[in-house]
Design a protein around this ligand. Structure first.
Ligand code: SAH
Ligand code: SF4
Length: 377
């Protein structure tokens, strides 16, 4: 196993995209005006002080931004008109902007968001009878280079800021005001590797869970990772954190390394050790996501090895039939094989579900809308 911070191993260089998770992703260049969208209460206090306004204005701004989810200064009816005019001139209020929304037959909507610098990322709104799930991006592109993933084939452009991450929630809830049954669940399963952008993801987590703001319960937020062990360890040290999902996707080091370069740095053994050591709440389980690639990762032997891996710690398994996209070279499994694998896992007393990719008819898997949109332009 190669240690962290020693650079990308040489045998990873011939992949379509060279993985670069061993170094920090670039950050958003700051614009000329501060952007209030995404500031927490402390930052709003500093902003208000810099404008020479009374400190209590910060709480009013916070309420407008996160409870009312206002998108323009003129909506801030809790502020005086002169202050609104001043904010209009001196402070930006820029939430992620919707540039394309594609509705799927199953009720979900895939959104492309444009950020202040023109970067595009994706989010998905999935309404169910008794809840709404929002899928968020954490980065523009991804540095991990997984060969089956449309985002992985783009490489990394930059980290999203906390405001850009929580802003996807604000923009989607505003766009679906009348079809967003509570409660809201959040999954970091859009573009990017959240553990490669942990500081901003945790700042976004704080914004999303603030009881005086968006007020989403922490346990309704799930962070999905490809297996950056250093990041798993850092996440485990937080007192308040999202739930953890691990994209296992293969059951031997040979196959996993060939589709997920990160496995060459932290292999299955290192991963299992990190997951075993991850401090869980009493009823908490780690979700194991497993993308089924026909003829690559969907054998019955894979099913048996997946079961053995899952039995090492409290877990539940989510099988994800591969969502095809152009140029990937992979195929989805047969329905018969999905059923067989479900039976095999359930027969070993494991909790197993199949994720029917919502929005499959509209390029459902992460990165596909932005990639397909790009090709069209
Ligand atoms: N980077 C994180 C989170 C974003 S990817 C991670 O890898 O976990 C979210 C999930 O989508 C992962 O489980 C990934 O394996 C899966 N995925 C990526 N491309 C897919 C595709 N074409 N079909 C099905 N699942 C895919
Ligand atoms: Fe990045 Fe996740 Fe896609 Fe891998 S599967 S390239 S980690 S977004």
């Amino acid at each position: 196993m190669v240690g962290r911070g020693q650079g990308v191993p040489e045998n990873l260089q011939d992949l379509p995209v060279t993985p670069t998770w061993d170094r920090p992703a670039p950050e958003l260049a700051q614009g000329p005006r501060p952007n209030a969208a995404g500031m927490d209460l402390a930052a709003l206090r500093t902003l208000v002080a810099s404008l020479g306004e009374s400190p209590f204005r910060a709480a009013q701004l916070h309420q407008g931004l996160y409870q009312h989810r206002w998108t323009a200064w003129e909506q801030f009816s809790n502020l005086s008109k002169p202050l609104r005019a001043r904010l209009q001139a001196e402070v930006a209020l820029a939430w992620p902007e919707l540039v394309e929304s594609v509705h799927s037959e199953d009720g979900s909507t895939k959104h492309a968001f444009r950020m202040a610098d023109g970067s595009l990322v994706e989010g998905v709104h999935m309404p169910y009878e008794n809840r709404t799930t929002l899928c968020l991006s954490s980065q523009v592109g991804c540095a991990m280079g997984c060969t089956f993933c449309a985002t992985g084939l783009m490489g990394i452009k930059r980290n999203l800021t906390a405001g850009e991450i929580a802003g996807q929630v604000v923009t989607m809830l505003n766009a679906h005001r009348h079809q967003a049954p509570a409660p809201v669940n959040i999954v970091f399963m859009g573009m990017g590797e959240p553990l490669h952008n942990l500081d901003h993801v945790m700042a976004a987590f704080a914004l999303m869970t603030d009881p005086k703001g968006l007020a989403i319960p922490p346990w309704r937020i799930t962070l999905s990772t490809s297996g950056l062990v250093s990041g798993i360890q850092r996440l485990g040290a937080y007192a308040k954190r999202p739930r953890l999902a691990l994209s296992l996707n293969a059951t031997t080091d040979g196959y996993r390394s060939s589709i997920m370069p990160v496995n060459k740095v932290w292999n299955l053994e290192a991963l299992a050790a990190a997951l075993k050591a991850f401090p869980l709440e009493s009823n908490e389980r780690i979700t194991l996501e497993y993308v089924l690639l026909k003829g690559v990762t969907d054998s019955l032997d894979d099913g048996r090895r997946l079961a053995a891996f899952a039995q090492k710690f409290p877990s539940k398994i989510n099988l994800i039939p591969f969502n095809p996209h152009e140029g990937s070279g992979f195929e989805p499994p047969t329905e018969g094989r999905i059923t067989e694998l479900c039976g095999l896992l359930a027969g070993r007393n494991l909790t197993v579900s199949v994720r029917r990719s919502r929005g499959q008819d509209v390029a459902g898997a992460c990165g596909q809308l932005v990639r397909e949109g790009r090709k069209a332009t």
